[in-house]
Ligand binder design. Structure first.
Ligand code: DC
Length: 221
């Protein structure tokens, strides 16, 4: 098997993972895989098909029917679910509120992790998520765990949504993120946890460029 470059970036919601990962992957010339988007896509599809998350047989049948594809387009990466562009649709607060419940289902994790590992077997990748360093790519050459204070993470998420014209309340966002952190950290399968060999970086007082530079310097070295 060809040896590929694998970089894992994990951390809680709003720590800046995806912006850092996108910029860093571009600079390194490797593929960027947003694994959170995959769990969001399953959530979107389940809601679309009106499948109850508690119905495990129906969820398993749903996984058989879902075909996810990332495509590089002029404005950035887009995610398609069975041919439908769901890039924007998976970022709503409704999806954010339900995705943790989907991401804790063992059948969903098994299917998504298998797809992620398949991609990493063939090309150089940088993946961001919650379990990349611990479960998806345990042998990744570089592992980072990005964190930031709850206040700062909520502020960043609010700003992101406001830029898209979506009005949000900072205090509500703090509560939503704290709840999601708790669910992601306490689930039985692949909880959000720092890999023992990952480097922890607190980005609370850093700009996006500073974080990218720091990670790039470590990899280039
Ligand atoms: O990074 P994000 O907010 O788009 O992630 C959406 C949800 O998916 C989040 O609640 C945690 C979950 N997730 C996961 O369990 N494992 C991953 N590798 C990535 C995301």
């Amino acid at each position: 098997m060809k040896e590929t470059l694998q970089i894992a970036i994990d951390g809680p919601a709003g720590a800046g993972k995806s912006s850092v990962a996108k910029a860093l992957a571009k600079r390194l010339g490797c593929i960027y895989l947003d694994t959170g988007a995959m769990y969001r896509a399953v959530t979107w599809f389940a809601m679309q098909e009106q499948v109850s998350l508690e119905d495990s047989a129906a969820m398993e049948a749903l996984l058989e029917k879902i075909q996810l594809e990332f495509k590089e387009e002029p404005g950035g990466q887009h995610l398609y679910c069975n041919g439908v562009d769901i890039t924007e649709a998976i970022r709503t607060t409704e999806i954010s509120a339900n995705v943790s419940a989907v991401a804790m289902l063992p059948s969903v994790r098994e299917a998504m992790v298998a797809q992620q590992q398949k991609i990493a077997a063939d090309c150089d990748v940088l993946m961001d998520g919650r379990d990349i360093g611990t479960t998806v790519l345990p042998d990744a050459r570089y592992k980072f765990f990005l964190t930031a204070s709850l206040e700062e993470r909520a502020r960043r998420r609010c700003l992101e949504l406001q830029q898209k014209g979506i009005a949000v309340d900072l205090e509500q966002m703090k509560r939503d993120i704290a709840l999601r952190d708790e669910k992601d950290s306490k689930r039985a399968v692949s909880p959000l946890v720092q890999a023992a060999d990952a480097e922890r970086i607190d980005t609370s007082d850093m700009t996006l460029e500073e974080v990218v530079e720091k990670l790039f310097a470590k990899i280039a070295k």
